[in-house]
Design a protein around this ligand. Structure first.
Ligand SMILES: Cc1cc2nc3c(=O)[nH]c(=O)nc-3n(C[C@H](O)[C@H](O)[C@H](O)COP(=O)(O)OP(=O)(O)OC[C@H]3O[C@@H](n4cnc5c(N)ncnc54)[C@H](O)[C@@H]3O)c2cc1C
Length: 837
C-alpha cells in the first residue's frame, strides 16, 4: 500500500488537480449524491458511481490519502451488505421485518377489504412523487356513441321537458305517474345493464352525461334515476350474481318491472355500516309449502333507503351466522347480501323520509322473522360472508359517477343562470356583475365549475378504460360535493332575493337546499376526507406500503422476507429521492423539470410535479413519525388528503384542457383552476406543518418544501375578472363550460328566460350607454322609470325609434327575469297566483 501511495505521489506531483482542496471534494460528493438521489438511481448504480468517485478522489488528491482510505473502508463496509441480497436480508431486512410485525397497527377484516377494493391509477403516480404525465395524457378521451348521443338528445330531453320540479317538490311530492312510466318505458333504470339482458348497456361517460342533464332539471328525478344505476341490485348481480339470478332479475330490472333498492344503513350503523346489528341465522324452514328448505331467518331495521317505499325487490346487507354449521365450520360467516322481494312475509316497508326538498322516494323498513331460501344470497351460498368486499369493490367505481355528475350539473346551471342574471340585473344603473364584489363571486363559480367538470370527465374516462379507482373516486365524490357547496353559496349570494324566494321561477334555491344530501350519501364527507382519502391512499396508492403490509402478514417466511426486503429498499430509495427532488425543485422553483407540453399549461405541470414530490416525502415522514397513531390524527390526515386531492384535481384540469385542444378561450379557466389548487395545496401544507406534533421534523419539512418561502398565490383579480366576464356573455367558451345541461328555448322556462334576456340586454347595451351619457350630460332628466327615459331619448333624437324598441324589449325581458313568485296569504296553494316584480 505504501508503495502504491508513493508511486501515485510521483505520478501526480505535477498534476494541476493536486491543488484541489477538501472543500471541493466534499461539495462534489454532495452534488453527486444529490444528483443520484434526484434521478432515483438504483442501489447498484449509486454504488458504482460512488466507488468511481472515491477512486477518482484517491487518484487525484495526494494530500489526504489516509482520510480517503478510511472513507473507502467505511464505504465498503456499508455498500457490500447493501448490494448482496443474502447479507442485506439477514442483517437489515429481517430485524426490520420483526419490528414491523410488532408495531404495524392491526387491520380488521372489514378494513382490509375496504383498503383492497378497486385499482390504483393516477393516484399511484401522484403518490410516487414523480408522476409519469404520459400515463395520464395518453388516456384516450372517451366519446359518446351515436346511440348514446341520440338517447341524450331524444328521451333525456323529452324527460327534462316533462319535469316540473316545483310541482314534484311542492305539489305531488313524488314524480308524476307519466314520468315514472316514461322512465320505465325508456329503460332509464338500466343504463349499466348490458343489452343482452334488455338494458341500455351505456358507457360510464354516457351514464354520467344522462345524470348531468336530468340533475340540471330536477334533483328528485336525478336521485330516482341515479340509484338503480349506482351501487345496488343490478350492479351487484352483474358482478357477483349467479347465472340464474342474472337471467331472472336483470331483464326485469331493465324493463322497470322490478324497482330495486339497496339497504345497508341502519339506525345504529350509519358511517360505521359494518357494525350493523341486522342478523340472519342459517336454519331449515318451510318455504312456499315446502319443508326443510335451507334458508336464513332474518331480523333487520334499516333507514334512509332510497326507493324503498316503492321498491319491489330489496337488496339487503346483514350479518350471517351459522350456529348449526349448515354451510360449513364457521359460525360467524360475516356480512352477506341478499335480494328479497318486498312481499315476502314479515317485511314492513312503505313509509317515507323527506330528504330536504328532494322528493325522491326514500324511507325506512324492517323485517321480523323473515325466512328466505339460501339461494337468495347474491351469488348464492359461495358468496355468503363476502358482502363487505362486494360492496367496497362496487363503491370504488360507483361513487365516481352519480354524485360528481349531479354536483357538476348544478355547478353548470349556476354558471349559466347566475352569469346571465348578473348581466341582466342592474343596480346603481349598472349590471350587478360589473361590481367587483360580484365579479369575485362569479369567478369562483366559473373556476370551480371548470375544475369539477374536468375531474368528472377524466375520472369517468378512466373507468371506461377499465380502472376501478377507489381512492380517486373518494376524492372526486368529496370535492364535487364540497365544491358545489361553494358554487351554490356564491350563486345564491349573487341572486340574493331571487334565489331565496322559492317558486317555479327559482331554479337555484332548490339546488342550494339539496347540497347536504350529496355531502352525506355514498360516504359522509367528513369521514371521507379525514379517514378515507389519505388513509386508503397511503396504503393503496403508495408505491411500497401495501407491499410491505402484505409481506408482514405473509405466513411463508422466506417469501415474506424476500418481498419485504424489496419493498423496504424501494421505499428507502423513494424517500431519499423525494428528499433530493423536493429541495432541488424548491430551490429552483421547479423551472428545470421537463414539462410534457409547451404553452400556457407547461408551468403548472412543473409546479404539480414539485408538489407531488413534496407530498410523497411528507406522507412518508408523517407515517414514520406517527406510525399507527396517524389513524386517530384525523386533522393531519385530512390536510394530507387536501394536498393529495388537489394534486389530482389539478391534473384533471390539465388533462381536460389538453383533451379539449388547449383552446385559448379556455386558458383563463385552466389557469384559475390550477392556481387555486396549487394555493389550496400550499394552505394545506401550512396547516399540516403548523400542527405537526414533531416540531423539528415540521421545520425540516418546511425548509425542504418551501425553501424560498411561500411559493403560490391565489388566482389574482385580473384572472378572476376574465373568467367572471366569460360567463356573463354568450360565447363558445361559456357553452363549453356549461355543456350537457338541459337548456330550453322557451321563455316560460327560467333558464330559457334569462338566456333570452341576456341576448336582448347585450343588444341594447350600446344604446343604453348613449342614454346614460345623455343623462350625465343633463340632456335627459336624471330620475324616472325606464319608459320615460326611452321616450324622452327618442324625442331628443338621442336614439332612433328602432333603437328605442330594442331597449324596450330588453327592459321587458329583464323585468321578466327579476320577477319572483308570490302566493296566497296562507300559502295553501302550491301554484303561485301572481308574479311580483
Ligand atoms: C337522502 C339519503 C339517501 C340515502 N340512501 C341510502 C341507500 O339507498 N341505502 C343505504 O344503505 N344508505 C343510504 N343512505 C345513507 C348514507 O349513505 C350514509 O351512509 C348515512 O347517512 C351516514 O350515516 P348517518 O347519517 O347516520 O351519519 P353518522 O354515521 O351518524 O355520521 C355523522 C357525522 O359523523 C361523521 N363521522 C362518522 N364517523 C366518523 C369518523 N370515524 N371520522 C370522522 N367523521 C366521522 C360523518 O362524516 C358525519 O359527518 C342515504 C342517506 C340519505 C340522507
Amino acid at each position: 500500500m505504501a508503495r502504491i501511495i508513493s508511486q501515485r505521489y510521483a505520478w501526480f506531483d505535477s498534476h494541476p488537480l493536486k491543488q484541489v482542496n477538501t472543500v471541493f471534494w466534499i461539495l462534489s460528493a454532495i452534488a453527486v449524491a444529490w444528483a443520484l438521489a434526484y434521478i432515483r438511481a438504483s442501489l447498484a448504480v449509486a454504488t458504482l458511481v460512488a466507488a468511481a468517485f472515491l477512486i477518482l478522489c484517491f487518484l487525484i488528491t495526494p494530500s489526504s490519502s489516509l482520510a480517503i482510505i478510511f472513507i473507502s473502508l467505511i464505504f465498503i463496509l456499508i455498500a457490500l451488505p447493501l448490494n448482496l441480497p443474502a447479507l442485506r436480508q439477514r442483517w437489515i431486512s429481517a430485524p426490520v421485518l420483526r419490528i414491523f410485525r410488532k408495531i404495524m397497527p392491526s387491520v380488521s377484516q372489514t378494513e382490509r377489504e375496504a383498503l383492497e377494493a378497486g385499482t390504483v391509477w393516477w393516484d399511484g403516480e401522484l403518490f410516487s412523487g414523480k408522476p409519469h404525465w404520459k400515463k395520464l395524457l395518453s388516456l384516450a378521451p372517451a366519446t359518446l356513441s351515436e346511440e348514446e348521443q341520440a338517447f341524450l338528445d331524444g328521451p333525456v330531453d323529452e324527460l327534462c321537458q316533462m319535469l316540473d320540479d316545483w310541482k314534484i317538490t311542492h305539489d305531488i311530492l313524488d314524480l308524476p305517474e307519466d314520468v315514472w312510466q316514461f322512465l320505465k318505458d325508456q329503460r332509464f333504470f338500466s343504463m349499466i345493464i348490458p343489452k343482452h339482458y334488455g338494458g341500455l348497456g351505456f358507457s360510464t361517460l354516457a351514464h354520467s352525461a344522462v345524470v348531468v342533464k336530468i340533475a340540471s332539471r330536477s334533483g328528485s328525478a336525478a336521485g330516482t334515476v341515479m340509484v338503480p344505476n349506482s351501487l345496488g341490485p343490478a350492479e351487484l348481480l352483474l358482478h357477483y350474481g349467479t347465472e340464474d339470478q342474472k337471467d331472472y332479475y336483470l331483464p326485469r330490472l331493465a324493463s322497470g318491472k322490478e324497482i330495486p333498492c339497496f339497504a345497508l344503513t341502519a339506525p345504529e350503523a350509519g358511517s360505521d355500516a359494518a357494525a350493523m346489528p341486522d342478523r340472519g341465522i342459517l336454519c331449515k324452514g318451510e318455504f312456499q309449502g315446502e319443508n326443510d328448505v335451507l334458508g336464513i331467518r332474518l331480523d333487520w331495521e334499516k333507514r334512509y333507503t332510497t326507493l324503498a317505499p316503492i321498491a319491489t325487490v330489496l337488496g339487503l346487507a346483514f350479518k350471517l351466522y351459522d350456529p348449526e354449521h349448515l354451510l360449513g365450520d364457521k359460525e360467524d360467516i360475516g356480512i352477506t347480501l341478499a335480494l328479497i322481494p318486498v312481499d315476502t312475509p314479515g317485511i314492513s316497508i312503505g313509509r317515507r323520509h323527506i330528504p330536504l326538498n328532494m322528493m325522491f322516494q326514500n324511507g325506512p323498513h324492517s323485517g321480523k322473522d323473515v325466512f328466505i331460501p339460501v339461494d337468495w344470497i347474491i351469488g348464492g351460498p359461495p358468496c355468503a360472508g363476502k358482502g363487505w368486499r362486494m360492496l367496497m369493490e362496487r363503491l370504488a367505481v360507483g361513487r365516481s359517477v352519480s354524485l360528481p355528475a349531479s354536483s357538476t350539473a348544478i355547478a353548470k346551471l349556476s354558471c349559466r343562470f347566475t352569469g346571465a342574471y348578473a348581466r341582466v340585473r342592474t343596480q346603481f344603473q349598472l349590471p350587478i356583475g360589473y361590481f367587483e364584489g360580484v365579479d369575485e363571486a362569479l369567478a369562483r363559480i366559473a373556476g370551480y365549475t371548470y375544475m369539477m367538470d374536468a375531474a368528472r370527465i377524466v375520472t369517468v374516462n378512466a373507468v371506461d378504460a377499465g380502472e376501478q379507482p377507489s381512492v380517486v373516486s373518494a376524492i372526486v365524490k368529496y370535492h364535487s360535493t364540497e365544491n358545489i357547496r361553494k358554487v351554490v353559496n356564491d350563486a345564491m349570494d349573487v341572486l340574493a332575493g331571487a334565489g331565496i324566494s322559492l317558486g317555479p321561477r327559482n331554479m337555484l334555491g332548490p339546488c342550494y337546499q339539496s347540497v347536504p344530501v350529496g355531502i352525506t350519501v355514498e360516504g359522509a364527507n367528513i369521514l371521507t376526507r379525514s379517514l378515507i382519502i389519505f388513509g386508503q391512499g397511503a396504503v393503496r396508492s403508495h408505491p411500497y406500503v401495501y407491499k410491505e403490509m402484505q409481506a408482514v402478514s405473509d405466513t411463508d417466511s422466506r417469501r415474506a422476507l424476500r418481498n419485504f426486503d424489496k419493498a423496504l429498499f424501494g421505499h428507502i430509495g423513494l424517500v431519499i429521492g423525494n428528499l433530493a427532488r423536493t429541495l432541488f425543485m424548491g430551490l429552483t422553483g421547479g423551472h428545470f423539470i421537463p414539462s410534457p407540453v409547451s404553452g400556457a399549461a407547461s408551468a403548472y405541470y412543473q409546479r404539480l410535479e414539485r408538489m407531488s414530490s413534496a407530498f410523497s416525502l411528507t406522507a412518508d415522514v408523517t407515517m414514520l413519525s406517527l406510525g399507527g397513531a396517524l389513524k386517530r390524527k384525523e386533522k393531519l390526515s385530512g390536510r394530507l388528503a387536501d394536498v393529495f386531492s388537489h394534486l389530482y384535481l389539478a391534473s384533471c384540469v390539465l388533462k381536460h384542457y389538453e383533451d379539449q385542444g388547449r383552446l385559448e378561450s379556455d386558458t383563463p379557466l385552466m389557469r384559475w383552476a390550477c392556481e387555486q389548487s396549487l394555493y389550496e395545496i400550499q394552505q394545506a401544507f401550512n396547516s399540516l406543518l403548523q400542527n405537526f406534533p414533531n416540531r423539528p421534523l415540521a421545520w425540516l419539512l418546511r425548509l425542504l418544501i418551501f425553501p424560498g418561502g411561500q411559493a403560490f398565490k391565489a388566482p389574482n383579480d385580473k384572472l378572476g375578472h376574465k373568467i367572471a366576464s366569460l360567463i356573463m356573455e354568450p360565447s363558445a367558451a361559456r357553452d363549453r363550460l356549461t355543456h350537457g345541461i338541459f337548456q330550453s328555448d322557451s321563455v316560460q322556462d327560467p333558464l330559457g328566460r334569462v338566456e333570452d334576456a341576456l341576448s336582448k340586454v347585450i343588444a341594447a347595451e350600446p344604446i343604453r350607454k348613449r342614454i346614460h351619457t345623455a343623462i350625465r350630460e343633463k340632456q335627459l332628466p336624471t330620475d324616472g322609470p325606464d319608459e320615460e327615459f326611452i321616450d324622452q331619448a327618442v324625442k331628443e333624437n338621442i336614439i332612433s325609434n328602432e333603437e328605442a324598441e330594442l331597449v324596450r324589449t330588453a327592459v321587458a325581458a329583464r323585468r321578466e327575469v327579476i320577477k319572483v313568485d308570490d302566493f296566497p296569504p296562507d300559502l295553501s296553494s302550491g301554484e303561485p297566483v301572481n308574479n311580483s316584480v
